[in-house]
Design a protein around this ligand. Structure first.
Ligand code: FAD
Length: 284
């Protein structure tokens, strides 16, 4: 099913994310994570894509496994390390497997990267997928601004170009302060971006994750969230419980304020996905 149809038909949608194995050796463990996450009955499961393209075959394989389990897959595809021909081949492969949803990304620029003749921005990939035809296309957006952008406003101008290139929906980078997301949504709408925006929520279950998130996204972490990490970061079980509770509160607040779709960065953790789902059992 196309995600655009899911977003139209569901009052409240919930999705989860997995990342593919780096090697064949880990394939089985990712597959069992997918099975566990599928038990949390998400509306779709997304599969990330290695920026260097190294895990790209596994992205498609895992997306196919998700589809075979009866759940809609969303395959990520990044273009910075690919040429147009590679992308056309990948689109053909996805189409032949009946995978209808693609999250079109540029990917992070690798260190020492020499440049790409075909792709500089995700909007160019969106255009190519649109021309190919038949796919529901999503793209990324950043409530706090993309780290390479000078201002949030210039990032939103670029986002408008990307949306107009043919996006059906957007998914946000993770955020920990819903106020930041609401404010971004107002700015995006004022810039004429009218496609559905899925709110991305990351349940933080360990102190180590916090450092990685800040380095990767440049996110500003609210004091209320930092207090939780300060207080429970040394106790893994307590940190996990508090992180899931914090994410659940964010999701309930989003739904209560009229946001109809939330994507949980569940990172191959079925226990986390199932706990979030259980916390929302009566709400969903
Ligand atoms: P773009 O939309 O191309 O934007 C990149 C930068 O270029 C921004 O600063 C933007 O403002 C600027 N820009 C865009 N167009 C123009 C223009 N015309 N002129 C000037 N500047 C412009 N990475 C992966 O490798 N694999 C994944 O699976 C993956 N999944 C993700 C899922 C989500 C929901 C999110 C939010 C991110 C994901 N990423 C993933 C990370 C993403 O690849 C990086 O954040 C990357 O740096 C930017 O990708 P993008 O698609 O947002 O790029």
């Amino acid at each position: 099913m196309k995600i655009s149809e899911i977003l139209k038909s569901k009052k409240l949608a919930l999705s989860f994310e997995v990342f593919p194995p780096k090697t064949q050796m880990n394939y089985g463990s990712v597959l069992s994570a997918v099975k566990g996450i599928a038990q949390a009955k998400p509306d779709f499961i997304s599969v990330t894509y290695g920026a260097g393209g190294g895990t790209s075959d596994y992205t498609v394989a895992i997306a196919r496994e998700i589809k075979n389990s009866g759940i809609t897959p969303l395959a990520h595809l990044s273009c910075i390390c690919h040429g147009r021909r590679d992308v056309q081949l990948k689109l053909g492969e996805l189409k032949s497997l009946g995978i209808e949803n693609i999250l079109a990304l540029r990917g992070d620029i690798p260190n020492g990267f020499a440049g790409n003749m075909d792709y500089r921005y995700a909007s160019q990939l969106v255009e190519d997928i649109k021309k190919y035809g038949g796919f529901c296309i999503g793209a990324a957006c950043y409530p706090e601004g993309h780290p390479e952008s000078d201002t949030l406003y210039s990032d939103i101008e670029h986002l408008k170009l990307k949306a107009d290139a043919g996006c059906d929906f957007l998914t946000t980078q993770m955020f920990f302060d819903n106020g930041v997301f609401y404010s971004f949504l107002c700015k995006a709408q004022a810039s004429g971006i009218n496609i559905p925006v899925i709110a991305g929520i990351m349940p933080v279950t360990s102190r180590a994750q916090v450092k990685r998130i800040s380095a990767m996204t440049g996110n500003v972490l609210p004091v209320r969230f930092r207090r939780i990490v300060d207080r429970f970061g040394e106790n893994p079980a307590a940190m996990k419980q508090a992180g899931i509770a914090y994410a659940t509160e964010q999701i309930i607040d989003l739904y209560a304020n009229g946001i109809s779709a939330v994507h949980v960065y569940s990172m191959n953790k079925p226990d986390v996905a199932q706990a979030i789902r259980a916390n929302l059992s009566e709400i969903l």
